[in-house]
Design a protein around this ligand. Structure first.
Ligand SMILES: Cc1cc2nc3c(=O)[nH]c(=O)nc-3n(C[C@H](O)[C@H](O)[C@H](O)COP(=O)(O)OP(=O)(O)OC[C@H]3O[C@@H](n4cnc5c(N)ncnc54)[C@H](O)[C@@H]3O)c2cc1C
Length: 423
């Protein structure tokens, strides 16, 4: 554990938020708005690149709560009405729109460059009174004191600390506190890797589908995302079993991604004029959960707690929803006695666990051939499709009818899987 290098006593805050991505920035914004002393630290200088550009409609009420107009947000974006599913050889196509799905009142959402989007949320936090220290690494938290002491290191290597009543770990996949406390559990059922980059020269779809995320299914090999971004840029990503990585990536992420793209019939015609706008890179083993999302004086928000899989673009929404819950729980805990405070933080943890399970189940279904058959037959049961679209739009608390229809779809997928495996 690093030592305090300053002679004066550490600064004091109500809450220290480690990490200023969407989860950390929104937690800080809402707590500062409620009048609490909030310090948010991030190891990077914003704006910075981050993968994860496709948003979901259920983020809209959270943007409104922050005083942002969900129709424009004030950042460059591409309007997204739905999702297009394609087969690898481009022979099968199915399209869903969020409009009309149960529980989705504002169906328009967007594709964003995360640099600008994350900066916008962080600006919001600062405008509401949160104090930002960046670049500044959170090194760990000393809990062997009356109050948690967050150990920090600034850009010139100087170590210092801030004491606080509550610590929020929102450091994303780094999960500084989650790792310190040994909470992270890798998801053996979802051992995936992703290779991705940004390119110009891939035409968008026509009409209302222009802003869709395209998901290309490659049975037995994984899937590919194409996300249309401002400036005619497309985010391209291949998701595959992480066991494939070492062999192919020996050649460099760039060469490997372009080779894989060239093998996709949909992209082949555009390969010659392709322009790289963000160097390809890869991420692996990004699916994990946590033994706990909260303790008596700490919380994990967003990816610091868990991440499932990028297929349904749920990561940012889960971080935003977790942030709203975290800020609500901490706001009340800061005014409550110890016992009540613990109960509030425990309830926060249970809610994150419930949401995580809801999405993990959906993602596991996606990786089964029976479910992928259903995705290409969306017209055969419109009410069932609407239930699925509701979940894909981010509605993790569907009404009873929607829930039953979703369960029926899962059952149909299971039956299809059985009949496919008997062939
Ligand atoms: C391949 C891939 C594709 C994805 N695509 C999508 C998508 O299309 N749509 C979607 O919604 N989600 C997507 N996601 C998920 C999404 O990117 C994350 O869920 C989301 O960014 C989580 O937000 P967060 O605030 O929890 O963490 P992050 O956005 O990762 O923010 C964490 C912050 O903590 C900071 N930090 C880290 N360590 C420290 C430290 N020690 N001290 C201080 N600061 C620190 C980092 O600099 C960073 O700014 C994707 C994820 C992957 C892996």
């Amino acid at each position: 554990m690093p030592v305090q290098s300053r002679r004066e006593s550490p600064e004091m805050a109500d809450v220290v938020v480690c990490g200023a991505g969407p989860g950390g920035a929104v937690t800080a914004a809402l707590l500062a708005e409620s009048g609490h002393r909030v310090v948010v630290v991030d190891g990077e200088v914003f704006p910075r690149f981050h993968i994860g550009e496709s948003l979901l409609p259920l983020s809209n009420p959270i943007f409104e709560r922050l005083g942002l107009d969900p129709k424009s947000l004030g950042v460059q974006s591409v309007q997204k009405h739905g999702v297009t599913f394609l087969s690898e050889c481009n022979q099968r196509r199915a399209r869903i729109e969020f409009k009309g799905a149960p529980g989705i009142k504002q169906p328009e959402t967007m594709q964003v460059m995360r640099a600008g989007f994350d900066q916008l949320l962080l600006d919001r936090a600062q405008a509401k009174g949160a104090r930002l220290i960046a670049p500044c690494q959170a090194l760990g938290v000393d809990f062997d004191r009356p109050l948690p002491r967050v150990q920090l290191k600034d850009s010139v290597g100087r170590e210092f600390a801030i004491d606080c009543r509550f610590v929020v770990d929102a450091t994303g996949r780094k999960g500084v506190l989650a790792r310190q406390l040994g909470l992270r559990r890798m998801d053996r059922g979802l051992r995936k890797a992703a290779l991705f980059g940004h390119f110009k020269g891939i035409p968008f779809q026509d009409g209302r589908a222009a802003g869709d995320i395209r998901i290309i299914l490659r049975p037995g090999q994984g899937w590919v995302w194409l996300i249309p971004l401002p400036g005619g840029v497309t985010s391209v990503g291949f998701v595959f079993d992480s066991g494939e990585k070492p062999k192919d990536l020996a050649e460099s992420p760039s060469a490997c991604l372009e080779r894989w793209m060239g093998q996709l019939p949909l992209l082949q015609p555009f390969m010659e004029k392709l322009e790289v706008t963000n160097q390809p890179s890869w991420e692996s083993d990004f699916s994990y959960s946590t033994r706990a999302y909260s303790g008596s004086n700490w919380l994990l928000v967003g990816d610091a707690g868990s991440f499932i899989d990028p297929v349904f673009s749920s990561g940012v929404l889960l971080a935003l929803s977790g942030a709203v819950d975290a800020a609500g729980a901490l706001d009340r805990a800061l005014g409550a006695n110890l016992g009540r405070g613990r109960g509030l933080l425990r309830a926060y943890g249970s809610e994150q666990q419930r949401r995580y399970r809801f999405y993990r189940r959906l993602v596991l279904k996606f990786y089964s051939p029976g479910f992928q058959e259903i995705l290409f037959a969306t017209e055969s049961w419109p009410a069932g499709t609407r239930a699925l679209v509701s979940a894909l739009g981010g509605n993790d608390r569907p009404d009873m009818g929607t829930r039953l229809r979703l369960e029926a779809l899962y059952l149909i997928a299971w039956l299809k899987n059985r009949s496919l495996s008997n062939r």
